[in-house]
Write a protein that binds this ligand. Sequence first.
Ligand SMILES: *[C@@H]1O[C@H](CO)[C@@H](O)[C@H](O)[C@H]1NC(C)=O
Ligand SMILES: *[C@@H]1O[C@H](CO)[C@@H](O)[C@H](O)[C@H]1NC(C)=O
Length: 341
Amino acid sequence: MKKMQALKRRIQTIKHIVKWVVIIYLLTYIVCLPFRESKKGADETSYTLLQAYVESGLLETAPMRHKTYSNGEVFLLIMVPSAVSNFEQRDAIRRTWGNVSTIKPTVLLKFVLGKSKDTVHQSLAETENSIHNDILFEEILETYENLSQKSIALLRWASANCNGVKYLLKIDDDMFLNLPRLLNELNAHPKTNTISGCIVSGASPFRFAFSKWKISRSEYKNDYYPDYIAGTAYLISGDIISNLHRATQNVPYFIFEDVYITGLCRKHIGAVALENKGFNCGYRNRGPCGNNFRYQITGHHYTPREIQRMWLELQDRWSNCRLVDHYFFYKLVDLFKYMFL
Ligand SMILES: *[C@@H]1O[C@H](CO)[C@@H](O)[C@H](O)[C@H]1NC(C)=O
Ligand SMILES: *[C@@H]1O[C@H](CO)[C@@H](O)[C@H](O)[C@H]1NC(C)=O
């Protein structure tokens, strides 16, 4: 009898807790509702700016021509695959780590865009290019399945237009990069015949029927992928760019661009996959603070606003990380944003 009562009381308590959790969740959800839109709003800034340019007739949207670079003119070519609509991301990169105008030895930055279904975005991106002349437009529909196509296209452009380049860095548009650190390292430890970054060893394809990432035996027959370098950022030594591009014509197309380029095609030409401890490829596995990247090269998944703040922090050698950028807090904040915003 006593036991029953104790059990009942416990169930009551649990019910209470659940009730309050639900109430608090719903209240937070409702309170956060007006701010949900602001996500879209942030994306509009550079978009609005571009539209103003177009309407004022300041710019025609004639496609620009890209220069071809001769032997040894470029030391490092940075290529950033970016979706047509990611105006804000490109803007942040140009203002921060992608501002390579005064860097020696010569660094070149190119964004690689495909074809968007949104024709307004498409023509705005062309206008953007007539201001900055740093965008390559490829005839590739922007879908997830076509990501490897973009990587093939950037290899093609690099081998055709950037003869003798020493290194090619492929990096996503949500990445933070400490470029001076990378250049120092390349000078101290030159690399040939390698692709380097975060190495992934012994990964195997998902075979579950209902997984979004499902890979059937006909798409890939082996149980394991060869070693590959995580696609968020990888560095290809210049000596293998042409070879690697040629390999893409012989190795059957595969949907995951990092497995394809840095795994299958790399293995095909006998180049080495190399770990670089300075590359951070896990989802925000370092807090969004410039100071965390003083001795690091890349970090994965930051917003354009975070990238700009981190860049300023990195320039200031006396800066400290804010309390909210410490591991526990920003993970908590990330979770909150994920749930409510
Ligand atoms: C890039 O850096 C130069 C020199 O520091 C500066 O004048 C220029 O405004 C910067 N460009 C952007 C887009 O921030
Ligand atoms: C890209 O993806 C779409 C749909 O997934 C497909 O129809 C198209 O052929 C692909 N390739 C290119 C080059 O656009």
